[in-house]
Design a protein around this ligand. Structure first.
Ligand code: MG
Length: 330
């Protein structure tokens, strides 16, 4: 299968990047099709085999809100039976203390909490005010840390909010810093509606760094809703970010799903990273094969450009067929 030719960018790029895989959780929770726990376990197994260094596997959010992930405990049991847990870190999203209880019961070592940078989304998604969300997170993170867990913090609506519109950078930094300082090792800045552009990404990273949140502790979680995901990822790299979130096969970006948010596809990200000479440890062939397999189970093509380009199979290198006479140029 075809790989990108390597042409490094001149300066300022990291030699290595951590691709934080969110497909089994963020991807599948936004797919209309609910797939069985044993297929999820195989998906995770294949992602680990493909070299993904960290895979967020599921969520302990109430099954009423996310029926796609109602089998979280069963999935963890299956991963244990297969000897998969511990091969790479496998964070689980935990919304509150009840979710944390379930995580502790299952011996989860790594959790993620999910905060909002805006009042409107805090009210709608968390049923809390912008300030009030911390009353929920503080005891959750405290107990997780004292149980020896690593805690990642997501912050959503960092670049725009469907109800509030623009979100001031100072507000995002103020809320994000509070969340980080609860004791998270990493803060993942979410472009939840995909409206960010590269200058905005750099501005926000610089503002966090100036406020004392180190670049090494910041990750970027972009969505391709407006076609900006890879441009924003590249801007983040140039601003010193070395962890990027993405979803295998672009899962969660299904055009038929009401809540489709267009996660950046891991294959598209890896193609770019390898193309500019950045190491990821990921085997693109295995990853594409995994997403092609899962697309078959979901009954629709992958939304990843790289998966679709390589799956076209017009020639062994994945190039499109040559133009024939009289055919307009593509
Ligand atoms: Mg997402």
């Amino acid at each position: 299968m075809r790989q990108p030719d390597t042409h490094p960018l001149a300066t300022g790029m990291p030699a290595e990047v951590t691709v934080y895989e969110v497909g089994p959780r963020d991807g599948l929770q936004n797919e209309p099709t609910v797939i069985p726990a044993d297929v999820k376990a195989e998906f995770i197994s294949r992602l680990v085999d493909a070299g993904l260094p960290i895979v967020e596997i599921t969520s302990f959010v109430h099954p009423r809100w996310v029926p796609q992930l109602a089998d979280a405990s069963e999935l963890i049991d299956l991963l244990d039976q297969a000897g998969l847990r511990g091969r790479v870190p496998m964070p689980v999203l935990v919304p509150n203390e009840r979710g944390l209880d379930r995580a502790i019961e299952k011996g989860v070592e790594h959790i993620a909490v999910f905060g909002s940078a805006t009042e409107a989304f805090a009210q709608r998604n968390l049923n809390r005010s912008l300030d009030g969300q911390f009353e929920m997170f503080a005891p959750t993170v405290d107990r997780a840390l004292s149980s020896g867990m690593a805690v990642r913090a997501y912050l959503s609506m960092c670049f725009g909010d469907p109800w509030e519109g623009d979100v001031p950078v100072e507000q995002v930094v103020s809320i994000g810093k509070r969340l980080y300082e609860l004791g998270a090792y990493q803060l993942s800045l979410g472009d939840t509606i995909g409206v960010a552009t590269p200058g905005h990404v750099v501005e926000l990273v610089e503002a966090f760094a100036a406020a004392g949140v180190p670049r090494e502790a910041i990750a970027l979680h972009v969505h391709d809703t407006y076609g900006q995901a890879l441009a924003n990822a590249l801007a983040a790299l140039q601003a010193g970010i070395t962890t990027l979130d993405s979803s295998a096969g672009g899962l969660g970006g299904c055009p038929y799903a009401k809540s489709a948010t267009g996660n950046l596809a891991t294959e598209d990200l890896v193609w770019m990273l390898h193309g500019v000479g950045i190491r990821t440890g990921i085997d693109l062939d295995s990853l594409v094969a995994t997403s092609t397999w899962l697309a078959g189970i979901l009954g629709r093509p992958s939304t990843s450009n790289v998966v679709r380009a390589l799956a076209r199979g017009n020639d062994p290198d994945g190039h499109p067929p040559p133009l024939t006479e009289g055919q307009p140029p593509r």
